[in-house]
Write a protein that binds this ligand. Structure first.
Ligand code: BTN
Length: 236
């Protein structure tokens, strides 16, 4: 359905930024940028995304969809690819962090651009945790330790991720949604809800609905329904 065309770079500022520029210059859905290092990787909520060697940084150009759906589909694509290629089982922490053994190993940033969306995924493949900021010490991890020889290939992971993402983007069958809900690391868990950097609630996650919104039964306010964007969930 898409004419997939991948450019590889050793290092860029940000694959999302490079692809955004390509889209402004006329690139079509299917255009994909992969880098093995980023000097100015972007994360959600205006944060930087530490992107040292050992990681996989990839951006794909897709036709516009609800950004919530594309972001959730990207989570499913990343989960499928990681499990297929590495054999490691991962979970999705709403809305789109990928966790391995309870720690974040991949993040997703979708940025709308007219009739297209740039979906960027960063995966800590065999990243040296010492190269990440100290604030990530307890929450982030890598699929493989930097000192190990991985028993899977980063290029296979790129190819699998691209295949799953473009297939899901053109897929109207909602079975991916069951997969997304089933992979949730937070359903049934007690969480604190942060919006715009401020705690606004605390309670148990009761469900993720068909719009990928998170339902939290707050101890004081009752049901909170959270959409994508400026919300951070912190597990107790
Ligand atoms: C997050 O967890 O805050 C989202 C991180 C998204 C990082 C990826 S790496 C590839 C692409 N290029 C970027 O600059 N950001 C995304």
């Amino acid at each position: 359905m898409f004419d997939i065309d991948i450019d590889y770079y050793d290092e860029v500022t940000s694959t999302n930024e490079i692809l955004r520029q390509m889209a402004l210059d006329g690139a079509k859905p299917g255009k994909t940028v992969v880098a093995w290092k980023q000097s100015a990787g972007r994360g959600r909520l205006g944060r930087t995304f530490e992107s040292p060697e050992g990681g996989i940084y990839i951006s794909m150009l897709l036709p516009a969809d609800s950004s919530m759906t594309l972001t959730a589909k990207a989570g499913v694509a990343a989960k499928r690819a990681i499990e297929e290629v590495t054999g490691k089982r991962v979970q999705i922490k709403w809305v789109n962090d990928i966790l391995y053994k309870g720690r974040k190993v991949a993040g997703i940033l979708a940025q709308g651009l007219g009739e297209t969306v740039v979906v960027g995924i960063g995966i800590n493949f065999n990243t040296d945790m010492g190269a990440l900021g100290p604030e990530l010490k307890d929450s982030a991890s890598s699929l493989y330790n930097s000192w190990e020889e991985p028993d899977s290939d980063a290029m296979d992971l790129v190819n699998s991720l691209v295949r799953h993402m473009y297939a899901l983007a053109g897929d109207d069958d909602p079975s991916w949604l069951r997969e997304y809900k089933g992979a949730s690391a937070v359903t049934g868990k007690k969480v604190k809800v942060f919006q715009a950097g401020r705690q606004t609630g605390s309670g148990v996650v009761t469900e993720i609905d068909d719009n990928c919104a998170l339902h939290v039964l707050d101890e004081k306010k009752g049901e909170m329904i959270l959409s994508t964007g400026e919300i951070t969930i912190r597990l107790d």
